[in-house]
Every structure is written in C-alpha cells, then in structure tokens.
Write a protein that binds this ligand. Structure first.
Ligand SMILES: N[C@@H](CCC(=O)N[C@@H](CS)C(=O)NCC(=O)O)C(=O)O
Length: 121
C-alpha cells in the first residue's frame, strides 16, 4: 500500500520479480515450437506429454515443471492472467495458446493438432 498519492519512480523488488516472470513466460512461449507448462506430478500433464512424445517425437518441445521452477507459482499466475487458464498442462503451440490436456487430446482426434504444429503441411 502506498502512503502518498504520488506514484513512486522506484522499481520495487516485487515489480522486478513480475517483470522477470513475464520475460520468462513470454520467451518460453516465443522461442519454442511447443511451450508446455506443467507440474511434475500432474496426471493430465503426463497424458499430454505422452501424446506429444508418441505422435510428434521430432517436434521441439520445452517443458517447464512449475513445481520445480523458482517462481513457478508466479508463472502460473501470469499464465492465468494471460490465458484465463490456471490449470496445467497449459500448452502453447507456435506462440498460440491451445489449452490443457482435454483440448490437446480432442485436437489430435480431430486431426487438427498437426495443423497447429506444422501450419505449412
Ligand atoms: N481439464 C484439465 C484438467 C487439468 C487439471 O485439473 N490440472 C490440475 C493438476 S493435475 C491443476 O492444474 N490443478 C491446479 C494446480 O495445480 O494449481 C485438462 O484437461 O488439462
């Protein structure tokens, strides 16, 4: 809570942390074909990981285990604000937010997942 109405020109540790979280999330999304935000114990994450491994073994994927990453809770909150989705897995393909395991499995069944992974095919 600020004690005066004038806004401070100082950048707080809290603001710096949020900036770092945003940078990490956005660079993960922008620099990888599949950006897969996960938790190591999550069964839905395991199911979606298995699908990508089985069906798209040659597609580059970056998996971030939020429960094993410093600031993982903040990352999860950032993703929730950005996408409206708080649950994991939270998957982006070619920078586009796709969703969780249910969505990934459904897109695969419909033959639509390949189009997101390889739009030129
Ligand atoms: N319908 C979702 C279910 C995902 C889900 O329930 N994930 C759990 C972990 S297994 C979750 O995110 N819980 C909240 C949390 O861990 O913060 C999907 O298909 O991805």
């Amino acid at each position: 809570m600020q004690s005066s109405s004038a806004s401070s020109s100082y950048t707080t540790h809290y603001q710096l942390r949020l900036m770092a979280v945003k940078d990490l999330a956005e660079s993960t999304i922008n620099d990888n074909t599949i950006a897969f935000f996960s938790k190591s114990w999550c069964p839905y994450c395991k199911a979606a990981k298995a699908l990508f491994k089985e069906k798209y073994p040659d597609t580059q994927i970056k998996i971030v285990e939020l429960d094993e990453t410093e600031g993982g809770d903040d990352l999860q909150s950032y993703l929730a604000d950005k996408t409206g989705q708080r649950s994991v897995p939270n998957v982006f393909i070619n920078k586009k937010h796709v969703g969780g395991n249910d969505k990934i499995q459904a897109l695969q069944k419909q033959g639509e997942l390949i189009k997101l992974i390889n739009p030129k095919a």
